[in-house]
Unconditional design. Structure first.
Length: 282
């Protein structure tokens, strides 16, 4: 069930891009400090190799300038519309959560706890158990009625993803860090849309618009017919990706504008139990 991506080059996680830009700036500062120290300790070497000394100093200046300028510009962009960025990320979290919890509810694996936060945490742990999830999804797709409900759930997810991304994708491209977040959610939406097109083609519905759209889909042309296990395998990958994006994007969103800022702004407090759950998740 592992994904082996050869296409987009991304950082290791949703929020690691922020750490990488700071690491580059720190590396440039260390290089500058190293150059100063080496000049004091081995000044004769640099004095005897003027060309090498000039190239090294130019490289350090370029690294430092690019790193510092990029970090300053990016930080200014992020702070300029941080509240809007958090709102968009929470919408992306909601969309991802609708996808993976929808599948989990149809499989019967979604815990029905009175507390939503506890239920989400418990469901996320089940999603990470690949053998159990795969077995439950195979039972789901083998049941005719539940498979029909799954088909409708996927169609709904496709429409909702199109609405969210169509509304906010252009906004998130204003900062590189947020652009990577939106790109990961576009991948999820593409996976769901691809699967929805295949289902609409091989299992036509009464919706004429969906049937017409399925006929023009490249998914059918590229993949063609599949064996009986393809749907279950694809759903496991999509469900796990959606849960990871839910968790990772929520963590970034809560750091952009902390909960404490909203408490002070709105004059409200977060119950102790909910605050503890939020901290534990992130």
């Amino acid at each position: 069930m592992e994904r082996h991506d050869l296409g987009p080059r991304r950082s290791g996680s949703v929020d690691s891009y922020l750490r990488e830009t700071r690491a580059i700036a720190a590396l440039a500062v260390l290089a500058l400090a190293g150059g100063v120290v080496s000049d004091a300790l081995v000044g004769r070497f640099w004095g005897g190799h003027a060309l090498l000394a000039g190239l090294a100093s130019s490289l350090i200046v370029v690294m430092l300038s690019v790193a510092v300028v990029n970090e300053v510009v990016e930080r200014r962009r992020r702070r300029r519309w941080s509240v809007l960025a958090q709102y968009v990320m929470l919408e992306l979290v909601r969309n991802a959560r609708l996808i993976w919890t929808g599948v989990m509810e149809l499989t019967g694996l979604m815990p029905s706890d009175a507390s939503q936060a506890v239920s989400i945490d418990a469901g996320a742990r089940v999603v990470q158990d690949t053998p159990r999830l795969l077995a439950a999804i195979r039972e789901l797709v083998a049941d005719g009625e539940r498979r029909r409900l799954l088909h409708e759930e996927i169609a709904h997810s496709v429409n909702h993803s199109d609405e969210v991304l169509g509304r906010w994708a252009a906004v998130m491209l204003n900062a590189d860090a947020y652009a990577e977040v939106i790109d990961r959610h576009v991948e999820l939406a593409s996976d769901v849309a691809w699967l929805g097109s295949l289902l609409d083609h091989f299992e036509p519905t009464e919706d004429l618009a969906r049937r017409r759209k399925a006929r023009s889909s490249l998914a059918v042309q590229v993949e063609g017919a599949n064996d009986g296990d393809w749907l279950a395998d694809r759903l496991v990958v999509i469900t796990q990706l959606a849960e990871r994006l839910d968790r990772g994007t929520l963590e970034v969103a809560l750091r952009i504008v902390p909960v404490q800022w909203w408490e002070a702004r709105l004059g409200t407090t977060v119950p102790v139990e909910r605050r503890a759950v939020t901290v534990r998740r992130v």
